[in-house]
Design a protein around this ligand. Structure first.
Ligand code: HEM
Ligand SMILES: [Cu+2]
Length: 558
């Protein structure tokens, strides 16, 4: 035990002296460039939509509200998050293992090219007006087959990137038999196992859609498609969550100068999330016909079971904050709270992200309730909900990571001025989301639909009652766009302009008093068997029930 600690600290020192492997840095930085370009374009599209909803901006016929919405969803939920996650985990694996294996680096670049081809195909079809189907591309709305083929390239990119992660971690395991894999790579493995298995479901859906879009198949099974989509979509949400949680458990203790929380609990949270996650998709389909109540209940139960590791996370994080604050001299019941580094954007941004998860998670639990879901379904409430969860919790955590990840990769430094600008960024983003998401929640309860361009419905009194809220929505969007511009400026400053220097990859140390984690948590084979068993339990029977439902011919709504 003693020896192991010493060995890693020598390895750490060597790595710090050498810094990041320049080839690995280039790969991760290229992913990050794509990620922040997506934030920039996606952010402006978001603003235009918000202004449209408030009746302040009419969008042109050649790129109307629905194209804008499709693009905004795709850029934020598919491009920004996925490229960020790959950049972050590849950089962390390179750091943890003293450089990526050459084959893994090659796979990383191949994944990047595949994703770029995919995004270009998808975006061109949306711009051409051949794929105004929203980021969920629900049939029977039918896009050009090239849109779906673009999606195949995106999924292929994900699988290639995942293969790289498995090879890198597997190689280490082979050389270090019987040892626990380092904590960062534990998260990476969990995230990419989830990505691999969930994207199989969406790949099956997309293949069926391609045959249908080419006219080889006349009809499509709508309910099966939606079910496969949400088997993926619901898991994607938790992939973002697990990626964000990896920064909370692993990086934040380093930034606030404390120790990581219990290694056993951390690994257990990852293990549980990976196993329990996938069969929760029906909570996005509570209103869908063709799924029996019992199965909806099973999925709602499964998705609530994810709440359990989330509560463990909340407990763990505040335990770390309190311990660290007290170590720094915080006295009394809450004195430790003041000792936290509030002026450090690398802490402040993810902290606000965590706090936003309290109302975000509570709203999510409300939505899983059948009766309450009827009230908010397809209303702007739902949009308010996921701008809190992914738009604040995940986005602010990723931004918080970017403040040290980018300078680590570019061998530069976060200057005090840039830190200040980062704090301003965080405040604009937070205020903007409070206004926008708050207004969306409220106006959704009053019945304002999501995914619907501006209309007063013939000056109907109910619709006129929405207007003041929609103005608040637009004000929030305006604050947010300032946040977008600041963030993109900071990201590119840290890539190309900030002063040269050494920035560490933030990995917190294990508390010396922490007991070693149980070895069964290292058994990824077992984890995957349990995952498959639970997925089969959640999906096999309901899919059998749905498979004979008559299909639908295509419909073009635009
Ligand atoms: C500049 C910041 C942002 C603004 C102003 C903004 C604004 C909006 C607005 C007004 C809508 C349309 C709601 C409707 O009419 O149905 C929307 C939808 C959406 N936004 Fe954002 N948003 C922002 C950031 C984000 C972020 C960071 C994410 C995720 C990471 C995100 C994900 C989505 C998604 C998935 C949709 C739904 C698309 C659909 O229904 O197909 N947005 N956003
Ligand atoms: Cu979900």
């Amino acid at each position: 035990m003693e020896l192991a600690v010493e060995k890693t600290s020598i390895q750490d020192k060597v790595q710090k002296a050498l810094g990041v492997n320049p080839q690995d840095a280039k790969l991760s930085l290229t992913f990050l460039v794509i990620s922040f370009v997506a934030v920039f374009i996606g952010g402006f599209l978001g603003l235009f939509q918000g202004l449209n909803r408030a009746g302040l901006l009419e969008l042109p016929a050649w790129f109307d509200y629905y194209q804008t919405l499709t693009m905004h969803g795709i850029l934020f939920v598919l491009v920004f998050t996925t490229t960020f996650v790959v950049a972050y985990f590849y950089a962390g694996l390179s750091h943890t293992f003293g450089g990526l294996l050459p084959i893994v680096r090659k796979l990383g670049w191949t994944a990047l090219f595949s994703m770029v081809i995919g995004v270009v195909m998808v975006a061109s079809m949306v711009i051409a007006g051949e794929a105004t189907v929203m980021y969920t591309f629900y049939p029977p709305m039918q896009a050009s087959p090239w849109f779906y083929i673009g999606l195949v390239f995106l999924v292929l990119g994900i699988w290639i990137a995942a293969a790289g992660v498995f090879i890198q971690v597997g190689n280490w395991k082979k050389q270090n038999k019987g040892q626990r894999i380092p904590i960062f790579s534990y998260f990476a493995t969990g995230v990419f196992v989830m990505l691999t298995f969930s994207s199989i479901l969406v790949a099956v859906e997309v293949f069926a859609l391609i045959f249908w879009a080419f006219g080889i198949k006349e009809t499509i099974n709508v309910i099966v498609s939606r079910t496969l989509f949400w088997g993926f979509g619901h898991t994607l949400v938790n992939i973002w969550y697990l990626s964000a949680a990896s920064a909370w458990y692993v990086a934040i203790p380093k930034i606030i100068d404390g120790y990581r929380f219990s290694d056993s609990l951390t690994r257990l949270v990852v293990f549980l999330l990976v196993i329990l996650n996938i069969p929760g998709g029906f909570h996005h389909q509570i209103i869908d016909p063709g799924i029996t109540e019992g199965w909806k209940f099973v999925h709602v139960f499964m998705s609530l079971s994810i709440g359990f590791p989330s509560m463990m996370t909340a407990f763990a994080m505040f335990a770390v904050f309190e311990k660290t604050g007290r170590k720094k001299g915080g006295k009394g019941l809450l004195g430790w709270f003041k000792k936290l580094p509030w002026g450090d954007v690398r802490f402040l941004a993810p902290f606000i992200g965590m706090v936003a998860f309290i109302p975000g998670g509570a709203g999510g639990i409300a939505q899983t309730n059948n009766q309450l879901n009827q009230v908010v379904h397809n209303s702007l409430w739902v949009v308010g909900h996921f701008h809190l969860t992914v738009g604040v919790t995940v986005a602010l955590t990723f931004f918080g990571v970017a403040y040290w990840l980018i300078p680590y990769l570019s061998k530069r430094q976060l200057t005090p001025q840039m830190n200040k600008l980062g704090i301003a960024q965080t405040i604009f983003w937070t205020l903007g989301m409070i206004f926008m998401s708050g207004a969306m929640h409220a106006v959704g309860l009053l019945g304002s639909p999501r995914r619907t361009s501006y209309s007063t419905y013939g000056d109907h009194a109910t619709a006129l009652g929405w207007e003041p809220y929609l103005i608040f929505l637009a004000i929030g969007g305006t604050f947010l766009i300032i946040g977008v511009v600041l963030m993109v400026y900071i990201a590119f400053n840290l890539m190309f302009l900030a002063p040269k220097g050494v920035t560490e990859f933030a990995i917190g140390e294990q508390d010396p008093n922490d007991a070693p984690s149980p070895m069964w948590l290292e058994r990824w084979g077992l984890c995957i068997i349990l995952l498959i068993a639970i997925v089969a339990m959640g999906y096999a029977m309901p899919l059998m029930e749905m498979i004979n439902v008559p299909g639908s011919p295509p419909i073009r709504t635009w």
